[in-house]
Design a protein around this ligand. Structure first.
Ligand SMILES: Cc1cc2nc3c(=O)[nH]c(=O)nc-3n(C[C@H](O)[C@H](O)[C@H](O)COP(=O)(O)OP(=O)(O)OC[C@H]3O[C@@H](n4cnc5c(N)ncnc54)[C@H](O)[C@@H]3O)c2cc1C
Length: 515
């Protein structure tokens, strides 16, 4: 593993790749120039120092063409960013742009996964505690016959399983219907202005560099890239507590699922994993790991691979992590085919588009959600969503030992998530949502499920639109007015009395009791 420092790497590559053309990179920044941070070495750059340093831009903004101006600019089209863009338009923002570096929306929801957690509290009497934009997404999937409800392998509550390829289409359609200007294959690379007064961003695409100016900025990049480029304070995962591990998910086809269940299902799988690790027949990275059936017949998806000790922000680390994730996936394939009944003729048919990074940078906002808030069922006057998901902390452990640590919200309850968790301290017209919101390691490990990241996006998009409509800054927004808007849009801000229907086909019945 290499020491983390993203800035010198990126700056030097950009300087050498584009500097000679003189456009749009400043040509007067030779190596060693005061404007260019020194090359990394253990002596001059600790991880903590690197996290505090914001790379100074070497781009000449005056030479970069203006692409367009927008009221709300959402950066990152994951579950949080897509929800934020939808909510901003649906709440009345005149112009909303969403930029996404991939060729499809959804982020981890479509790149790696197939199950939304966080809609339902765990336990004997589950409640449905998220709605709004999240409901629109699941309803559209349901209308296409692309969901079923299933219990979580380890007791985190009922999940909504979906077809991730269909979800790409659903995000496309919802964004188009709402009138969001979506730019795929578009990377945020720089910020115009400063942490206390951002004015616009520089993006890079196959068309080159261009600028987008905005009135409200929503950083939903997962890695808080906008914050990092503009100098807004962030914590780097791994600095205070060990960062959660990364996972390459994979899917297998031609599985006889009935035979698998008859042979003991999950219990049998766990026993076989433990046996393989202890006997050393297959070099699995862990004794645990889940296999679950997918929306397509005879197919399964997994959360089994575990890659530890790499930064999700350093390209050299990420390259090593991607390679290790792929290697482990095929170790699992061998194990599953050799040892698990009914998988003999199955094969891997797909890996996640990229390795799943659970945490990287997180905002240090006006409030930081804590472990005590989660486990103490905290209430806040400025709540904009609620969460009942347990702390689920995937850690590295030697010898294939137990490595996922769980802590449950007592009595199947929920805690409030305050609006201040999305507000940076540095300026009044930026919001930061999704997995880079302001929380400690433990609180993040509870509040990162996608029903909550969609609810965060919903809250931030609605807040952006409301602040523009009322001509007030984000911190000045009236919380009762925002909460009222969110409730009218179907968001859930109070624990419901009704026990949810979490049977496999129960989704629509919960919707009808809600309306
Ligand atoms: C391995 C793994 C398993 C998980 N399992 C589950 C599960 O089963 N169920 C569940 O509910 N949750 C699960 N989670 C948690 C959940 O998936 C994430 O917390 C959530 O998807 C984060 O959503 P997001 O929109 O904040 O970030 P992301 O989904 O990461 O979206 C960020 C988006 O921003 C884009 N982006 C990043 N940088 C730039 C840039 N500079 N310019 C332009 N675009 C950019 C990315 O391409 C991406 O599309 C899991 C997470 C991981 C990693």
């Amino acid at each position: 593993m290499t020491d983390f420092v993203a800035a010198p790497f990126g700056v030097r590559r950009l300087a050498s790749a584009f500097g000679a053309t003189g456009d749009p990179v400043s040509g007067s920044a030779p190596a060693g120039d005061a404007d260019v941070p020194p090359a990394r070495s253990p002596e001059n750059c600790s991880k903590a120092e690197a996290s505090l340093r914001t790379p100074k831009s070497i781009l000449r903004h005056d030479r970069i063409p203006l692409h367009h101006e927008t009221d709300v600019l959402v950066m990152g089209g994951g579950s949080a960013g897509c929800s934020a863009a939808l909510a901003a338009r649906q709440s009345g923002a005149r112009s909303v742009t969403l930029i996404e570096r991939a060729g499809f929306p959804g982020g981890i929801s479509t790149q790696a996964l197939d199950t939304f957690y966080g809609f339902f509290t765990p336990g004997e009497e589950p409640r449905k505690v998220a709605g709004g934009i999240g409901d629109q997404v699941v309803d559209a999937l349901d209308a296409a016959g692309a969901i079923f409800l299933r219990p979580n392998t380890y007791g985190a509550g009922t999940g909504v399983n979906y077809n991730p390829e269909r979800l790409k289409l659903v995000w496309d359609q919802l964004l188009d219907e709402a009138g969001v200007r979506t730019l795929l294959h578009t990377h945020l690379v720089d910020v115009e202005g400063s942490a206390d007064a951002p004015e616009g961003v520089v993006v890079w695409s196959k068309a080159g560099f261009s600028r987008i100016r905005a009135r409200v900025f929503i950083d939903a990049t997962g890695d808080a890239d906008f914050c990092h480029r503009s100098g807004i304070a962030c914590e780097i995962a791994g600095e205070n507590e060990p960062a959660q591990t990364m996972t390459t998910t994979f899917r297998m086809a031609n599985v006889d699922l009935e035979a698998y269940e008859r042979a003991g299902g999950k219990r049998m799988l766990m026993e076989e994993m433990a046996r393989a690790v202890e006997a050393g027949t297959h070099p699995l990275p862990r004794k645990a790991g889940s296999i679950h059936r997918m929306n397509a017949p005879g197919c399964i998806s997994t959360v089994a691979v575990r890659v530890a000790g790499f930064s999700g922000l350093d390209p050299e680390d990420l390259t090593a992590a991607e390679k290790e994730g792929r290697r482990q996936a095929f170790v699992y394939e061998d194990f599953i085919r050799d040892c698990v009944a009914s998988f003999t003729d199955s094969r891997i048919i797909g890996l996640s588009t990229g390795i799943g990074v659970r945490e990287s940078r997180r905002l240090e906002g006006r409030y930081r959600l804590t472990r005590e808030d989660c486990l103490g069922r905290a209430g806040f006057d400025d709540k904009v969503l609620i969460c009942g998901a347990p702390i689920e902390d995937h850690r590295a452990a030697g010898g294939g030992g137990e490595e996922t640590h769980w802590a449950y919200v007592p009595e199947g309850g929920v805690y409030d998530v305050p609006f201040r968790c999305f507000l940076p301290r540095e300026n009044n017209h930026t919001l930061v949502c999704g997995r880079c919101f302001s929380a400690t390691h433990d609180a993040h490990a509870s509040c990162r499920s996608m029903a909550q990241t969609m609810a965060m996006g919903h809250a931030c998009g609605a807040a952006a639109a409301l602040s523009l409509a009322e001509d007030v800054t984000l911190p000045e927004l009236s919380m009762p007015r925002l909460q009222d808007l969110l409730r009218r849009q179907g968001a859930v801000l109070e624990m419901p009395d009704t026990v949810a229907d979490t049977r496999e086909d129960g989704w629509a019945r919960n919707r009808s009791t809600q309306n």
